[in-house]
Design a protein around this ligand. Structure first.
Ligand SMILES: C[S@@+](CC[C@H](N)C(=O)[O-])C[C@H]1O[C@@H](n2cnc3c(N)ncnc32)[C@H](O)[C@@H]1O
Ligand SMILES: COc1cc(-c2oc3cc(O)cc(O)c3c(=O)c2O)cc(OC)c1O
Length: 354
């Protein structure tokens, strides 16, 4: 039995361990970025055997300074702890890729490597306390002096990376969308507009999978650039707050979580004006987070949703929404009905009908 003093001491030690975890957790994305930059996921993927020995891995690292060789197993141990690689002791210190590690492989169509690099920009998060004490709308503006949209328009390098991050997510989601729920969601439609579709878009995958469906991507002029469509895919440069082309269905992936409620209602009203009635097949298809409540048993998913909510608030002065909050927006914009069709990890696919 522990006495009160021991309980206090134990609690103190536990708190100490946890506080070091918070402090050192800053190292996790840096280690992932370092592994990507060294090409480790790519090297493991290209190895003829699924398990690669430490010595082969070290030999395959092109520019490693020989005096730093002993650091590689230390880095690999952290990456194994993070679940990116498996460690195989029996095979004399060998490593293989896990399914999460596979997302970091160069040129993998659904890779997330860019996201890890992009999220290295700690500047916004570092400005959070300044932002809480100034009167600017976001921590992004506190860090960069402009809203994220003005910054994207002014800084082609940032905008290019941002579009690439979005494109890599779209490739991942497109595979799931077209193979798992494509028929139910897109079958029977003759036209679809992907609003704020970005560069390498879900619309491209949908256009490929449904050749008789005319797909249009609408995005800001600096994003569309001189892109020309082919076949059943076209690109239009424009502003969704001004005009949305008419279509059977409007597709909004990761758009509404960028905007506050007032702007979302404006966007949704514009969408409603551009589609036919429910009877004639009109609908808005949304891919965005529906916040789980705290009693959900998927703790990791709930925590990621909480972090994304915080991220959107400090980046765009927007937020993630619960089912009730979505419902309120749809009603305010004049829609009559909605259905949460399926869950795609953190996010859900919602259909909204006029
Ligand atoms: C978070 S990204 C999502 C991109 C894409 N839908 C995806 O999920 O990969 C938001 C997109 O909205 C576009 N956007 C922002 N404001 C816009 C506006 N007023 N009209 C049209 N597109 C806009 C951005 O350029 C960007 O491509
Ligand atoms: C997930 O949906 C969105 C993500 C982002 C976004 O924004 C930034 C901004 C930044 O300064 C550094 C970053 O690393 C990132 C990201 O990695 C990232 O994904 C922005 C959005 O809309 C503006 C999103 O909807």
């Amino acid at each position: 039995m522990l006495n009160n003093d021991n309980i206090c001491a134990n609690q103190l030690i536990e708190a100490e361990v946890q506080s070091w975890d918070y402090i050192l957790s800053y190292m996790r994305p840096s280690c992932i970025k370092c592994a990507i930059e060294l090409g480790i996921p790519h090297i493991l993927c290209k190895n003829p055997n699924p398990i690669m020995s430490l010595s082969d891995l070290i030999a395959a690292l092109p520019n490693l300074n020989p005096s730093k060789i002993t650091f590689i197993p230390i880095l690999m141990r952290v990456l194994v702890d993070l679940g990116l690689f498996n460690y195989h002791q029996q095979q004399g210190d060998g490593y293989s890729l896990t399914s999460v590690g596979r997302l970091l492989v160069e040129n993998d169509p659904s890779n997330k490597r860019l996201i890890f690099i992009f999220f290295q920009l700690f500047k916004i998060a570092d400005s959070m306390s300044d932002w809480l004490q100034n009167d600017l709308p976001t921590a992004f503006e506190t860090a960069h002096g402009k809203s994220i949209w003005d910054y994207c328009a002014a800084e082609p390098e940032f905008s290019g990376l941002f579009n690439e991050v979005m494109a890599s997510d779209s490739r991942l989601i497109s595979n799931l969308l077209v193979s798992d729920c494509g028929e139910g969601v897109f079958e029977g439609l003759t036209s679809l507009v992907d609003i704020g579709g970005g560069t390498d878009t879900v619309a491209m995958a949908i256009a490929g999978a449904f050749p008789s469906l005319k797909c249009t991507v609408l995005d800001l002029p600096h994003v569309i650039g001189d892109r020309k469509g082919t076949g059943n895919l076209e690109f239009i440069a424009g502003n969704m707050f001004d005009k949305i082309p008419h279509a059977n269905a409007i597709f909004l992936k990761w758009i509404l979580h960028d905007w506050n409620d007032e702007d979302c209602v404006k966007i949704l009203k514009k969408c409603k004006e551009s589609i036919p009635s429910k009877e004639k097949g009109g609908k808005v298809i949304i891919i965005d987070i529906v916040m789980e409540d705290n009693c959900s048993n998927n703790e990791q998913l709930v925590q990621s949703q909480h972090l994304m909510d915080l991220f959107m608030r400090i980046t765009c002065a927007s937020k993630e929404r619960s089912k009730k909050e979505w419902e309120k927006l749809f009603l305010e914009a004049g829609f009559s009905e909605y259905k949460i069709i399926t869950s795609l990890g953190l996010r859900s696919l919602i259909e909204v009908y006029p």
